[in-house]
Write a protein that binds this ligand. Structure first.
Ligand code: APR
Length: 235
């Protein structure tokens, strides 16, 4: 009989770091190289859509060149083998979790490989460069496609479902996130309030480290497969 019926896992950029994708706040991270106010807000997109498109086009092209790592595969294995529910909530906009086999997955900050039409609202799969002149495949209008990314000041996706899952979870695992951006940074407190065991798997203590009852520090490709193996052994 499994120890945990409902496992909720939150991931951040740190789980994709060893695949070769930059994190945001580590040394040399994205927000050290670029000003988020010029690239990751609705105002920035209105001011200079070409610059914002270029930023996401570069990152979309980068994701094509990298592969999921052992940490992504370990979470997919847990979802496959665990007798209870396993849900991954990722802040990441890369497609590495799904490419590793995770199915019960929510991209709360959107996805690089999707473009949303501001005319008809349709969300289209988009694997190449997105330009101001790009035409929406659904309504055939051009000039109104935007990255399907949640920018600062916008509401993250799947919040209702996320809150439902947090209220029913008995194990909350946070992996590769600095715990500095809300609402994701508040999930551990919510899970704890509902009585869940809380575990942090990170390279170093995050901003919310004292909210976790268990913590393992190290590289995700080492500590995540190890921790997943202990969970599967407990089943
Ligand atoms: N293994 C495990 N953890 C790692 C590794 C690694 N190899 N490399 C880095 N980390 C950890 C860092 O210690 C840090 O705590 O991953 C975390 C990355 O933190 P951030 O760069 O802040 O990324 P994240 O927490 O995902 O940012 C949240 O902020 O800018 C927004 O929308 C963006 O989704 C992003 C959100």
């Amino acid at each position: 009989m499994t120890l945990y019926k409902n496992i909720v896992i939150l991931t951040g950029a740190g789980i994709s770091a060893e695949s070769g994708l930059d994190t945001f706040r580590d040394k040399g991270g994205i927000w050290e190289k670029y000003d988020l106010m010029d690239l990751a807000t609705p105002e920035a997109f209105a001011r200079n859509p070409e610059l914002v498109h270029e930023f996401y086009n570069i990152r979309r092209a980068e994701v094509k060149k990298v592969d999921p790592n052992a940490a992504h595969y370990a979470l997919a294995r847990l979802e496959e083998k665990h007798q209870g529910n396993v849900a991954v909530i990722t802040q990441n906009v890369d497609s590495l979790h799904e490419r590793a086999g995770s199915r019960n997955l929510m991209h709360m900050h959107g996805e690089l490989n999707k473009a949303r039409c501001m005319t008809c609202g349709h969300v289209n799969i988009w694997l190449d460069d997105l330009l101001r002149t790009s035409i929406c495949p659904s309504c055939n209008k051009s000039g109104n496609l935007r990255p399907h990314i949640v920018w600062f000041g916008e509401i993250p996706f799947h919040i209702e479902e996320i809150n439902d899952r947090l209220s029913a979870c008995d194990l909350f695992i946070s992996i590769g996130t600095s715990g500095s951006v809300y609402p994701a940074a508040g999930f551990v407190q919510a899970a704890q309030n509902f009585g869940a065991e809380t575990v942090e798997l990170n390279l170093e203590p995050s901003d919310g480290t004292n909210l976790f009852s268990i913590a393992h520090y190290g590289k995700a490709t080492e500590i995540v497969p190890e921790y997943v193996a202990t969970l599967i052994r407990q089943d």
